[in-house]
Design a binder for this molecule. Structure first.
Ligand SMILES: Cc1cc2nc3c(=O)[nH]c(=O)nc-3n(C[C@H](O)[C@H](O)[C@H](O)COP(=O)(O)OP(=O)(O)OC[C@H]3O[C@@H](n4cnc5c(N)ncnc54)[C@H](O)[C@@H]3O)c2cc1C
Length: 393
């Protein structure tokens, strides 16, 4: 039987940060992971450059049944703390857009930084571990793998969500939470493309690759970002963001021309070029392939601008400012960036991330019911919740 002070399950962003902090406090720490290498999601995040935080992070960028839960951790380990660590390791980075910070070179820089910090804090890491059972008696957790049993007084669960099962995602953390009497809130894929109804697919798959700035709105939340037509449905940042607010059966209201008032634009064009066709005029505002498609399915009618009256101008404007997309579903965990729901924060201390009724058991990162927007917020939650737990476990 091996004896440890702290065992962390999951060598991802949250688990590594927690292990480093606990190790710095002199705790004897072991990280267990089922994969062949650490930080696999970090390595593939942000197109290989890891959008590691967002300079505008606040609790308002997160979804959770308890919107206040994440405040404590986010305020005690902020984006500026993580940026400071990145600077200390001389990792070059840049702001891409909307406060999103990316590595200049590679996400591997972040993993190497975490491994260097872990080494300095005497953290041990064991990979390719298949945990078969966890039990608790006399203040000690026993973690069994087919090869051996290990004991610890603090068990930290950082096994992440369900997205990308081929990258090692498992429901382990949710099952363990239930084993110890914590509630797991319903899980669903988020930051995920939305798919066409079969009839829409037949129409729109031909314009796959077309992208444009829009606003996408569902359930009272609106995101102004780019939208991308794909073979399977709609994607791009605006759709990924709104997917976190979308529930099956809901409509998504898409404004295809958020920056230009279409009615005013058409009235101007009518004055300047009365012989011009609607198609030509609208192609100055929207991608031409999209305009052609909207004409083909008779959302628009092609005619000379001089034939339009105020009512028909308003109809065109309304259909472009209020395009209604009724998704069939999402692409699911296969392509989702995150899992919404998870370990109910009701059962956790926001100060320490420890289970309120199970001493020594901690949950951090994505396994917890705290989900960030697209843009570096999910990593900031992983760093912050991991750091906080690392001060107490
Ligand atoms: C393609 C993609 C791109 C992303 N890009 C970004 C981005 O740029 N910025 C951002 O903020 N967020 C991004 N995210 C989200 C972000 O990666 C996660 O929110 C974050 O990694 C969660 O950290 P975590 O430590 O909680 O879990 P993870 O990083 O998922 O780590 C969990 C670890 O636990 C291990 N594990 C799982 N089950 C077991 C088990 N049974 N036994 C042992 N080990 C187990 C896993 O192998 C994994 O190593 C992206 C996600 C994806 C899928």
């Amino acid at each position: 039987m091996q004896q440890w002070d702290v065992i962390v399950i999951g060598a991802g962003a949250a688990g590594l940060m927690c292990a480093i902090e606990a190790g710095k406090r002199g705790r004897k720490v072991l990280v267990l992971d089922n994969g062949k290498r650490v930080g696999r999601k970090i390595l593939m995040s942000g197109g290989g450059r890891c959008n590691f935080t967002n300079i505008y992070t606040s609790h308002e960028n997160f979804l959770s049944q308890n919107k206040h839960f994440c405040k404590s951790a986010l305020s005690r380990y902020t984006q500026w703390d993580f940026i400071g660590l990145v600077q200390q390791h001389a990792i070059p980075y840049h702001e891409k857009t909307l406060g999103q910070l990316f590595c200049d070179d590679s996400a591997k820089d972040i993993v190497d930084m975490l491994l260097a910090e872990a080494k300095a804090a005497n953290v041990q890491i064991a990979l390719q571990q298949q945990i078969s059972a966890v039990s608790f008696a006399a203040g000690q957790y026993t973690i069994s793998t087919p090869e051996l049993e290990r004991q610890c007084s603090s068990l930290v669960v950082a096994s992440g969500g369900l997205s990308l099962p081929n990258l090692g995602a498992t429901p382990f953390g949710f099952q363990l939470a239930e084993q110890f009497g914590l509630t797991v809130l319903p899980l669903r894929a988020a930051l995920v493309p939305l798919t066409w109804q079969p009839s829409d697919k037949a129409v729109f798959e031909e314009i796959s690759g077309v992208s444009l700035p829009v606003t996408a709105q569902a359930n009272g939340t609106l995101f102004p970002e780019d939208m991308l037509f794909t073979h399977r449905g709609l994607s791009g940042p605006a759709i990924l963001q709104i997917s976190s607010y979308w529930q099956p059966g809901d409509e998504v209201l898409v404004n295809l021309s958020p920056e230009t008032d279409v009615a005013a634009f058409l009235a101007n064009q009518q004055q300047a070029h009365p012989e011009q066709e609607v198609k030509t005029a609208l192609s100055k505002l929207l991608p031409k392939r999209l305009v052609e498609k909207l004409l083909e399915i008779q959302i628009l009618t092609n005619q000379p601008l001089k034939a339009l009256n105020p009512k028909s101008i308003k109809q065109i404007a309304d259909s472009l400012h209020g395009y209604i997309f009724k998704p069939n579903g999402t692409e699911g965990y296969r392509t989702a960036e995150v899992t919404i729901g998870g370990v109910d924060t009701e059962g956790l201390s926001s100060k320490t991330m420890e289970a309120k009724h199970q001493p020594g058991l901690y949950f951090i990162g994505e396994v917890v019911d705290v989900t960030g927007w697209l843009g570096g917020y999910n990593f900031q939650w992983a760093w912050a919740s991991g750091w906080v737990a690392g001060q107490y476990c």
